[in-house]
Design a protein around this ligand. Structure first.
Ligand code: MF3
Ligand code: CO
Length: 248
């Protein structure tokens, strides 16, 4: 395992590309309404990334992934493929996951969007998932053990009766979309310590029911095995001298 430490130039570039990711995540907000298709959402993001920011959607072509973003609706855990015949409806929750490459540097982030009127159960799942990241961030600083992220996230979401997906993890990021180390979102014994200049994602997938998942026939779309709702947020994080910085 090789954990890359980012120098000043690397950090400057990864901040720049992170700003693009978050600008697109903000830009798409107004479009997330009942009736729009996930295919249209993908096309809008593609155009924004390529034409406006002269950047590249890192998911497009990644291991033959066919689209520019991932759109994961309701019981889809992650890697939902946008489709022109998949329409959002009132009450849905959707994760939009955007990875961008610019100047050969990468950033990756995702968040949940509420479609029309969403019930309290779904809203709570989204809130708890987002909060779980912030709980874990308290431990991110040089010298602390990286596995505090996983134990903190799992402990926190289980208080609400929710479960953490184990098959998909956060990852180092910067010069590639996926670098070492793996960031597990559950209790683990990985023996890695945070160092200043590390950059990685935290991206827990949290389910109302079982943590078990299955991959659909398209080879990408991951769903909960029991059709329960799933939520995810993702941030790209820099370890600083005294703590961390969310790159956005
Ligand atoms: N953005 C996803 C991640 O969090 C990966 C996207 S690659 C894709 O790592 F091919 F699945 F789109
Ligand atoms: Co990621």
């Amino acid at each position: 395992m090789y954990i890359r430490i980012n120098n000043f130039k690397d950090i400057k570039n990864i901040i720049l590309v992170s700003k693009i990711v978050h600008k697109v995540l903000n830009y798409i907000y107004d479009y997330i309404k009942p009736g729009i298709s996930t295919g249209e959402i993908d096309y809008i993001c593609y155009k924004k990334i390529v034409n406006c920011y002269k950047a590249y959607p890192a998911s497009l072509g990644y291991m033959n992934y066919p689209k520019s973003i991932c759109t994961s609706v309701n019981d889809v855990v992650c890697h939902g493929i946008p489709k022109y015949n998949e329409f959002l409806k009132d009450g849905d929750i959707i994760n939009i996951d955007i990875s961008v490459c610019k100047n050969n540097y990468y950033s990756d982030a995702s968040k949940m969007y509420l479609v029309g009127n969403v019930n309290d159960k779904s809203i709570n799942l989204c809130k708890v998932t987002k909060n779980s990241i912030f709980k874990s961030l308290k431990y991110v600083k040089p010298g602390n053990k990286l596995n505090l992220i996983g134990s903190t996230i799992q402990n926190y979401v289980s208080k609400f009766g929710y479960s953490v997906v184990k098959e998909y993890c956060g990852h180092g990021i910067g010069k590639k979309l996926h670098e070492d180390p793996l960031i597990l979102h559950y209790k683990n014994n990985y023996n890695i310590v945070f160092k200043e200049g590390m950059i990685f994602t935290i991206e827990p997938m949290v389910n109302i029911g079982s943590c078990k998942t299955k991959i659909m026939k398209d080879g990408w779309t991951v769903k909960t095995i029991d059709k329960s709702l799933s939520a995810q947020y993702e941030y790209t994080i820099l370890v600083t001298k005294n703590g961390y910085k969310i790159l956005k």
